[in-house]
Design a protein around this ligand. Structure first.
Ligand code: R5P
Length: 294
């Protein structure tokens, strides 16, 4: 209740004490708005500075990929171990319990599938992204393909909407037969995403020169997993990527196609958040695999 009389006089003005400042923990993002920082702090762990994102958006270009035939059975048990989920609005509404309360990196661009020619994409309606409370808008960017201009335009429009509503945009460097995955190409593609307004960028790890890819990208990079590898190899490249400057992973097949997906995502977490060495993480994977709910 608003009281005019008999109130305690304000006296503690902290005269001479500078106002506490809170530098933001993610690189290149000191000057984005409060809402965007709030969403980014849900995606990335402010303590480790990193994130484990679980990607299961493959169906939008590949149909019922192995491991995603029944997402209600295979993905739902993994959600609690992810810092953020990356999926289409279709998957979100049909199999993700809203009570899981995880930040969503919404697959925000869509278009052609593996049956034709990838990357001829449009973007969704921002109102629907807001309706599902998206924490990031993920857009494919196909630098060097015939859809380069179209996908960069998609990113530019998305970044503009993202800045307007405080929602981070995630530039996803595209896959495609004609697109190489060496440090030179990935540096160019990631930099193009960042310069055009992406708040963070998703790309692939490369064995040579990956530290140049992360160093030359002014905003955080998360890596995709790519095709399924043996679990120890997947943990090893996640470790190398983090060591070389990645701020996390956005992994799909190497988690949900693992022999023990629940154990695998926990082992990945150990690498990403605790910088656990690959061998220790693999030991953890084996140990967790022997439990019932792995
Ligand atoms: C990328 O654009 C795809 O939609 C997937 O989100 C991405 O490739 C991550 O999945 P995976 O780790 O299986 O490559």
């Amino acid at each position: 209740m608003a009281d005019k009389d008999n109130t305690q006089e304000a006296a503690d003005y902290g005269i001479g004490i500078p106002v506490k400042r809170h530098p933001f923990f993610l690189k290149g993002l000191d000057h984005v708005d409060w809402g965007m920082k709030d969403r980014l702090s849900r995606i990335f762990n402010p303590k480790s500075g990193n994130t484990v994102m679980l990607a299961f958006d493959h169906g939008y270009i590949m149909g019922p990929t192995s491991g995603l035939e029944r997402m209600d059975m295979t993905i739902t048990p993994l959600i609690e171990y992810a810092d953020c989920i990356m999926c289409t609005r279709g998957a979100l509404r049909s199999i993700v319990p809203p009570t899981s309360n995880k930040p969503v990196s919404l697959r925000y661009s869509a278009g052609t599938t593996v049956l034709t020619d990838l990357n001829d994409e449009c973007i969704l309606d921002i109102e629907d992204a807001i309706r599902v409370n998206a924490s990031a808008l993920a857009v494919m960017v196909a630098v060097g393909s015939k859809y380069e201009a179209k996908t960069i335009e998609n990113l530019v429009v998305t970044a503009d909407l993202g800045f307007k509503y405080g929602i981070p945009s995630l530039g996803v460097t595209a896959v495609g037969k004609e697109l190489t995955r060496d440090a030179r190409y990935l540096s160019l593609a990631c930099r193009v995403c960042a310069e055009n307004g992406a708040t963070f960028v998703k790309t692939y790890f490369c064995e040579t020169g990956f530290e140049k890819v992360t160093a030359s990208c002014p905003v955080p990079i998360v890596i995709a997993g790519g095709k399924k590898l043996p679990e120890d190899k997947a943990l090893e490249f996640a470790y190398l990527a983090i060591q070389q400057g990645a701020s996390g992973v956005d992994m799909g097949r190497n988690v949900f196609q693992a022999e023990h997906p629940v154990a695998m995502i926990q082992a990945i977490r150990a690498v990403v958040h605790e910088r656990c060495k690959p061998k220790e993480a693999f030991d953890l994977y084996r140990q967790l695999s022997s439990t019932k709910t792995s």
